[in-house]
Design a protein around this ligand. Structure first.
Ligand SMILES: *[C@@H]1O[C@H](CO)[C@@H](O)[C@H](O)[C@H]1NC(C)=O
Ligand SMILES: *[C@@H]1O[C@H](CO)[C@@H](O)[C@H](O)[C@H]1NC(C)=O
Ligand SMILES: *[C@@H]1O[C@H](CO)[C@@H](O)[C@H](O)[C@H]1NC(C)=O
Ligand SMILES: *[C@@H]1O[C@H](CO)[C@@H](O)[C@H](O)[C@H]1NC(C)=O
Length: 302
């Protein structure tokens, strides 16, 4: 199987056409909201900090984010704080199921037929009516961060703790040495629904949505190959709840996405979807099921 990674180098030369993706849309009460409604926009192009390759100092909208980028970029997307004030807050009930959709085109290319009348009630599609693909193997992970007391969501930068409430990873891992079947990458489901845990206490929260393509432990030497790619964006939520349960202890971002953190760096074989690494866990820390924090790992059937 050919390695997939050389695509990174290509992306540097093809800035505008060769995008990746960003979560840009939320479905609630069976209805898709407008693109970017309730989701902090990002700044594009954007200048990241000191980097290993001058091509990567600037990034476009749907380009990856790396652990070594600005913490703000890793938390909620490049320049998101400059868009927070202009972003509406979505009221949801704890226990409610919502859905999300990603977009692979750059904002200047967006047309109505990428968002409306999509097949299978998708939230986004190809301009010609096809579905849009996730072009990276890896899990979808969704986190909540409660806005600290005394702060408002429009000025909260996500520097507090984050609790993972949803992940969508591998489908039916028959045994460790079988080819991997990522639900998003291999199956491209029409809807990506998940529940805001019923036990979530009331309050304002940032909801971070991301798909992570892990970096490689093995024989690649370029930094871009050994660092996982992230595609974060954040919605602003007001969660209505009668729960008296304490929101559990979370993880910090960017720390939980360092190359040493669980799920962020995997073998060459795993990156190329050939087999599952021993002890692999999905990145982003433990998963809160509303009652307990559980180790977020694939279930191996045999
Ligand atoms: C979001 O940001 C992009 C690029 O930074 C810009 O082109 C677009 O107009 C913005 N959209 C909204 C709704 O603000
Ligand atoms: C957002 O609005 C508040 C209140 O008007 C203001 O204090 C703050 O500086 C604004 N933040 C940004 C990033 O513009
Ligand atoms: C990397 O290592 C794997 C074995 O772990 C090998 O199959 C593959 O060809 C190597 N790739 C490169 C680019 O050297
Ligand atoms: C997986 O975890 C077990 C138990 O903690 C440990 O003994 C083993 O060495 C680990 N394997 C790898 C490849 O890290």
């Amino acid at each position: 199987m050919a390695p997939i990674r050389p695509f990174i180098a290509l992306a540097a030369i093809l800035p505008l056409v060769c995008g990746h993706f960003t979560f840009v849309r939320i479905k609630k009460d069976g209805k898709w909201n407008e693109p970017l409604q309730y989701i902090r926009n990002k700044t594009s192009p954007y200048d990241e900090l000191e980097y290993y390759n001058s091509n990567f100092l600037y990034r476009f909208y749907n380009w990856p984010t790396y652990y070594i980028d600005r913490p703000e970029s890793v938390r909620c997307g490049r320049g998101n704080m400059d868009h927070a004030n202009a972003t509406e807050v979505l009221t949801v009930n704890a226990g409610e199921t919502i859905g999300i959709a990603y977009q692979r085109w750059e904002p200047y290319e967006w047309t109505d037929d990428m968002f409306y009348n999509c097949p299978d009630d998708r939230g986004t599609c190809h301009p010609k009516g096809y579905r849009q693909e996730v072009n990276h193997p890896g899990p979808l992970i969704v986190h909540l961060s409660k806005v600290p007391n005394g702060q408002d969501i429009h000025s909260y930068d996500g520097s507090g703790e984050w609790v993972k409430i949803h992940s969508l990873g591998l489908h039916d891992v028959a045994s460790k040495d079988q080819p991997l079947n990522w639900i998003l990458y291999n199956q491209n489901p029409a809807v990506l629904p998940f529940k805001i845990p019923t036990q979530t206490p009331a309050g304002q929260y940032l909801m971070r949505m991301d798909i992570i393509w892990s970096g490689m432990t093995d024989n690649y030497t370029k930094i871009g190959d050994s660092l996982g790619q992230m595609y974060p964006s954040c919605a602003q939520l007001n969660i209505v709840s009668g729960s008296k349960v304490a929101f559990p202890q979370g993880v910090k971002i960017p720390e939980i996405f360092s190359p040493e953190a669980p799920g962020m760096t995997t073998s060459w074989e795993m990156v190329n979807n050939m087999q599952l690494d021993d002890n692999y866990t999905y990145p982003g820390g433990p998963l809160w099921d509303g009652e307990r924090l559980i180790v977020d790992e694939p279930v191996i059937l045999s």
